[in-house]
Design a protein. Structure first.
Length: 272
């Protein structure tokens, strides 16, 4: 895996962690551009390699009436506009083999959702596009088992694989991150910690996922100290009214202080 092969990724020589950050779902053009501009201003200031994140559709909602998207092509075109406006790479998650080819026309990194990390045809389809593939570790998978997920990418001839840990199920309604898995998975590919999803509280009786956003800072600092290569953080300027995953997103106004602290921790880690 070579970060410099991701189109338009800046600050790759800064020795910082890289960041995948943005809203859970693309709700519209204005919100996407507003969030992207704010994050880019911060990451340029701190020399953090940055990828804008946004789901073009949400296919794994608990309830039938949950928000799933504004339309596939419309959302993908917004992702491309973010990239073209701010010269930044983008990442979005896919759910079917057909999604892989479609999304690859618009974005730079294809993301495999955690629930689908063992779906061979999906992972291979993403790899065959030639795009970087970010595989989220299933909540039900061991760190060691991610070796096989990465192999599905590399055996297509695509060496651009990333692993993202988003926690492991703890009972029915909680997640826990086992940081012992970080050095294990780093043997297979660069490792990202999904800070916000690892603080989800899924399977609530309401059918709407809960979360513990007050612990985002704690989780992110622990990830940097544990040696992760990158962080995944979902953010929104109005989490309470976000159409997806608002319960565990970081308020956009808090992002700069958090990233400033994390860069300082990374600087210390680089000296050890």
């Amino acid at each position: 895996m070579n970060l410099s092969l991701i189109p338009q990724l800046k600050h790759t020589d800064s020795k910082n962690f890289f960041l995948l950050c943005g809203p859970c779902a693309i709700e519209g053009e204005d919100m996407a551009l507003r969030i992207a501009e704010h994050v880019i201003t911060i990451t340029d200031k701190l020399h953090i390699p940055y990828v804008f994140k946004g789901s073009f559709k949400k296919a794994n909602r608990s309830r039938l009436d949950s928000f799933t998207g504004i339309g596939d092509e419309k959302a993908l075109k917004i992702l491309r506009k973010v990239s073209e406006t701010f010269y930044v790479p983008t990442v979005t998650d896919i759910h079917t083999e057909q999604d892989a080819a479609m999304a690859a026309e618009y974005i730079d990194i294809l993301q495999i959702p955690a629930f689908l990390a063992r779906q061979t045809d999906l992972v291979v389809a993403a790899a065959k596009t030639g795009k970087t593939v970010n595989i989220k570790k299933g909540q039900f998978m061991s760190p060691e088992s991610m070796k096989h997920a990465v192999t599905k990418v590399t055996e297509t001839g695509n060496q651009q694989a990333i692993i993202t840990d988003r926690g492991t199920m703890f009972g029915y309604q909680d997640m826990v991150v086992d940081f012992r898995g970080v050095p294990t998975m780093k043997q297979y590919a660069p490792v990202v910690l999904d800070v916000t999803h690892s603080l989800q509280q899924p399977n609530q009786s309401s059918g709407v996922t809960g979360g513990r956003p007050a612990l985002i800072g704690t989780m992110a600092r622990a990830g940097i100290a544990a040696g992760v290569d990158g962080l995944f953080i979902e953010t929104h300027f109005d989490p309470a009214n976000a159409k997806s995953d608002g319960a565990n997103m970081l308020d956009l106004s808090l992002l700069e202080k958090l990233l400033t602290d994390l860069v300082a921790i990374r600087g210390v880690m680089n000296t050890l």
